[in-house]
Design a protein around this ligand. Structure first.
Ligand code: ATP
Ligand code: MG
Length: 255
């Protein structure tokens, strides 16, 4: 039902839908190698509202799931514990956040961060270490939930290529390290590879889904994209054709 509603709203905005692709499969398309998928790998896309996972073994997808915790929960925890406005909490997470809080500070003054409070003009000092204890607690919960998913899938001990992280929250410093320590399997951050032209700006785990969708379109040769006559060209599959169609979409979107 939620999907039907989504399809309706997208169509109302004048955009045609050619295919629906599960987010972690799209991200996997951008960051996993054929070897990862053959050996056994789990793609973990940590977004804002959810963490989407997909397990690939022997080249195919064997398990997918949505864990209802993502980056927004980290921000909400900070807001709640430190009584900060939401945007301050988001700023603190992105600027000072770390999934491993480490040892309590010896330099207490150096540990202090000055932030705005909910009262205009009033400032508050908070401890960077306390901030990261909050972040670490939530990060550990996410790792535990990922572990439960691995167990539930029946592929525990069968993922030699380990975990590949994508999504905006994969950028949280030391999240990969925490995961490696807790799960005892390889963990790496997946950045879209083999990009041409836009390489610098898309070189981030945040763009894995977007880049993966483009690749998906290229690989599956979505014939419906663009006007009908375009789908009769000789170059039906591959980047060339999708690039032409992508330019077509851009033309439609831009004023
Ligand atoms: N440098 C960073 N450090 C920590 N978290 C970050 C960083 N940059 C972005 N984030 C977090 O990433 C999240 C957004 O990620 P992403 O763009 O992948 O989500 P989304 O795809 O929109 O959401 P969802 O997948 O849940 O639908 C936000 O919670 C944001 O705070
Ligand atoms: Mg996402």
């Amino acid at each position: 039902m939620a999907i039907q509603n989504l399809i309706k709203s997208v169509q109302k905005s004048g955009v045609e839908i050619d295919d629906l692709v599960l987010q972690p499969l799209a991200s996997g398309e951008a960051v996993l190698t054929a070897e990862d998928k053959d050996r056994g790998v789990m793609l973990v896309d940590i977004g804002g509202g959810t963490t989407d996972v997909a397990i690939f073994v022997q080249g195919g997808v064997w398990h997918t799931s949505v864990i209802p915790v993502g980056g927004n929960h980290f921000t909400n925890d900070i807001t709640y514990v430190l009584h900060t406005p939401h945007n301050t909490a988001e700023y603190l997470k992105i600027k000072y956040g770390s999934a491993i809080a480490g040892e309590p500070p010896t330099d207490v003054a150096g540990d202090q961060i000055e932030i705005d409070t909910l009262t205009v003009g009033e400032q508050q000092k908070i401890s960077r270490h306390l901030l990261n204890e909050i972040v670490q607690a939530r990060a550990e919960q996410v790792v535990e939930m990922i572990y439960n998913e691995i167990k539930r899938s029946g592929y525990e001990g069968m993922l030699p290529a380990g975990i590949v992280l994508t999504g905006g929250s994969a950028q949280l410093p030391r999240f990969d390290e925490l995961m490696r320590e807790m799960l005892g399997i390889p963990v790496r951050i997946g950045v879209p590879s083999d990009l041409h032209g836009l390489a610098d700006s898309l070189d981030s785990p945040s763009y894995a889904t977007g880049v993966g969708l483009l690749r998906w379109g290229a690989r599956h040769g979505l014939a419906m994209i663009g006007s009908p006559h375009q789908s009769h060209g000789g170059e039906r599959n591959g980047w060339g054709n999708v690039y032409e169609r992508f330019k077509g979409w851009l033309r439609e979107f831009l004023p």
